[in-house]
Unconditional design. Structure first.
Length: 108
């Protein structure tokens, strides 16, 4: 019994994108990825499957809060460009959130 094969999860490795197909993983890419999640949750852009899904305000809010947490934890440790990107994304995402939440409340 000790020699039985175990599921290593590698049979689906062919479904994963090749590393050269992925953007470099850095702070900017991470912030943009989280921002994309917020936009999709607000119904502003389609999900990766190409479908425009229903608005999910709790997920959008939680992801904005995550970006705020990141902003606080990285204060003083970012380049000027990274800090500007994070600040601008937060400003834009908060404004979009308020707009969508307002429209969503009126629709109820």
């Amino acid at each position: 019994m000790a020699n039985q094969p175990t599921d290593t999860g590698t049979e689906h490795d062919d479904d994963l994108p090749e590393e050269e197909d992925l953007p470099a993983l850095d702070f900017t890419t991470f912030v943009l990825s989280l921002s994309t999640t917020v936009l999709a949750s607000l119904g502003e852009i389609p999900e990766p499957d190409g479908v425009l899904h229903a608005v999910n305000l709790p997920v959008a809010r939680q992801t904005i809060d995550l970006l705020l947490l990141l902003q606080g934890k990285t204060k003083g440790n970012l380049t000027g460009e990274e800090e500007r990107l994070l600040n601008q994304m937060l400003l834009d995402l908060r404004m979009r959130y308020v707009d969508v939440a307002g429209r969503h409340d009126k629709g109820k």
